[in-house]
Design a protein around this ligand. Structure first.
Ligand code: F6P
Length: 327
């Protein structure tokens, strides 16, 4: 059977926002127009799809957004889309605008929804990985990760000054849901004394022993990076446990959503531009249910299911650096 030619692409952002999402939207819009097709923006992710918040976009709809964080299309969680009835409404909204393919910008929740929707209604979809967490298989980096790491790093550098001045232990909590990509990158680039991430075993006894030794070894700043999904708990809980056992004075800083905002780095803008273009080209090639990503400098297509079913490994070289360089 001949595949139906794609004439109108719908683009949306979903899940947690990430710096660079706007650059990806811009690339999808302008690439679609470059190929002589139409493009519509769907507001607030799946919620807007269900509720019919859909607008035609032109080249000027995406002017002046490459440098801005957040997402002009907005993002939301949709209870309705989790139901078959909600997804049927979403399908009807798409059909009423004659949208015949989707570019889905987000993380694994976004992709799971897209596959389920395809299975039921057959709307072709290509995913563009965008989450600060970097926890998506099929791309070395997700859009937003580099900016989030650099944003967190600026805070770590500042905290180091005050930690050094007071000879104080600081526990700095970074985001990452259940993944330690941000924690490991921030810890290694920030020269942390200790890095706790969910992918490796965290040992409270060893951490306390090390904390006792920092004063003996005349270490001024004593920075512990805690990834939010670590098995020992959050930064406040871990700080309390260390203090109970050692009596060491400590402070906690939770970087939280500061990591999600801000102007995207050049790396994130370039990645978003490459992948936005690649997503449109994949759709026009007749592809569906794939994610475009960058692996070893090449743009590749990975079946959407694999992006959450396969686990992306953390970089062992960085884990080794953590052990060697924190002395
Ligand atoms: O997925 C990105 C992320 O920032 C995670 O690192 C974090 O756990 C979560 O989103 C926070 O979600 P919310 O904005 O809903 O609090």
């Amino acid at each position: 059977m001949m595949k139906k030619e794609i004439e109108k692409i719908g683009v949306f952002t979903s899940g947690g926002d990430a710096p660079g999402m706007n650059a990806a939207v811009r690339a999808v819009v302008r690439t679609t127009l470059y190929h002589g097709k139409e493009v519509h923006g769907i507001k607030r992710g799946y919620r807007g799809m269900v509720e019919g918040e859909i607008e035609k976009m032109g080249p000027r709809s995406v002017s002046n957004i490459i440098q801005s964080g957040g997402t002009i299309l907005k993002t939301a969680r949709s209870e309705a889309f989790l139901t078959k009835e909600g997804r049927r409404k979403a399908y009807q909204s798409l059909m009423s605008h004659a949208i015949d393919a989707l570019a889905a910008i987000g993380g694994d929740g976004t992709f799971r929804g897209a596959v389920e929707f395809f299975d039921e209604f057959g709307v072709p979809v290509v995913g563009i990985p965008s989450t600060i967490d970097n926890d998506i298989y099929g791309t070395d980096f997700t859009i937003g990760f580099d900016t989030a790491v650099n944003t967190a790093l600026q805070s770590v550098d500042r905290i180091r000054d005050t930690a050094q001045s007071h000879d104080r232990v600081f526990l700095i909590e970074v985001m990452g849901r259940q993944a330690g990509f941000i924690g490991l990158a921030v810890g290694v680039s920030g020269g942390a004394e200790h890095i706790l991430i969910p992918e490796t075993k965290s040992d409270l006894d060893a951490l306390c022993e090390e904390a006792r030794s920092w004063a003996r070894r005349q270490k001024g700043s004593r920075i512990v990076i805690v990834s939010e999904g670590d098995e020992l708990g959050n930064a406040a809980e871990i700080g309390k446990k260390i203090a109970e056992r050692t009596g060491i004075d400590y402070r906690v800083c939770v970087l939280g959503h500061t990591q999600r905002g801000g102007s995207p780095t050049a790396r994130d803008r370039i990645l978003a531009s490459l992948l936005g273009k690649a997503a449109v080209e994949a759709l026009l090639d007749g592809e569906t249910n794939v994610m475009v990503g960058e692996v070893n400098g090449e743009v590749v297509r990975t079946p959407l299911r694999e992006t959450w079913e396969k686990k992306k490994p953390i970089d062992d070289r960085l884990v080794q650096l953590r052990e060697i360089l924190s002395r």
